[in-house]
Design a protein around this ligand. Sequence first.
Ligand SMILES: N[C@@H](CCC(=O)N[C@@H](CS)C(=O)NCC(=O)O)C(=O)O
Length: 320
Amino acid sequence: MLVNGVWEKKWDPVQKQDKQGRFIRQSSAFRETIPSDVVNLMAAGEYATPRFHLYVGYICPWATRTLIARSLLGLEQHISVSVVEPQLTDEGWQFGDYPGSTPEADEPVKFIHQLYTQTDPAYTGRATVPVLWDKQEQRILNNESADILRIFNNDLKPLHQFGIDLSPADRLPEIDAFNARIYDSVNNGVYRTGFATSQQAYEEAYTEVFEALDGLESHFARHPFAVGEHLTESDIRLFVTLVRFDVAYYGLFKTNKKRISDYPELSAYLERLLQIPAFRNNTRIDHIKAGYYSIQALNPTGIVPAGPELPWFKWFKEDL
Ligand SMILES: N[C@@H](CCC(=O)N[C@@H](CS)C(=O)NCC(=O)O)C(=O)O
C-alpha cells in the first residue's frame, strides 16, 4: 500500500482488522462525479478520444461491476478501459502480458499505485481497482465502484445507447435496500469469511453468508430479478459475487457449507444473467482463479486448483 505517497512493499491483503480478527475494508478516497457541462461536451462529440478511462481487473468483483454497467449502457465509445494482470504483485496491480490483460496502461505507468500518487503525491491507502481516470486533468476522479455505477447510469444518461435504466428513481429505495442487504452479508461477507484471522470471526461471517444465500434462494424462487421485473444495478452487484463463489470463494475463503450450484434458484438466476453478453463477456474465469489463488497469505504454494467443473462453464468455453 501507499504511505505518504511512498509504496510499501510489505503489503497485507488482510487490510484492517478489529481486535477479534474481523476484516475491515478501507473506504474509497476519490469520490467526484463527471460535471454535466463535460457530459454535454462528450455528447456533442467534442473529444476525439475518450476523456475518461477505467482501470480494472477481471479478478475483481468491484471493478467488474463497472465493466458490466459500461457494456449494458453502451458506453464503450466514451469510456476506454485498461485491464491489469490478475495477480497482485509486490507493487500491487500491474500491467503485463497475461492473456486478456492490457500489456500497457493508457498512461505511461506500470502499476496502479502510480495513478494514485499522480493524483495525490501524499496519498496514504491501498491502490485499488476500479479507478475512473480523467485523462484531461491527469487524475483519479473516482475509485468507488458504487459511485461509478451511478455516474454511468445517471450522469452519463445523455450518452446511453439502449434506454436501460439500472437505478430508476421509482425503484431507488428498494435498490438501495437490496444493495445494503447483500453488501455486508454476501459481497463483503465472503471477504470477511476468507480474511478473518480468528475462528470466531470466520464462523460469524460464514454463518451470515449462508443465511443471506438461503434468503436469496427463496427470493429468486418468486422473483426473476433482484428488484422488480427488470434488471437493475442490484443484479450486477449480486452477480459478481455469485459468479466467483464456486470457483474461488468456496475453496480459498472457506465459504464451503454449500456451492451456488447446490442452490437451484440461484444457479438458474446466474445462468440467466450469463446469457446476457454484458455479463458473460466481462467475466474471465481464468483471471478469477489465477488472481484469488495468488493471494499468498491464503495460499502460500500458489497452486491454482484445476477444478471445479461447473455446468454454466458452457456459456464461455473459449475462455477456459
Ligand atoms: N470500495 C472499492 C473496493 C475496491 C477493492 O477493494 N478492490 C480490490 C480488488 S477486488 C483491490 O484493488 N485491492 C488491492 C489492495 O487492497 O491492495 C470499490 O468498490 O470500488
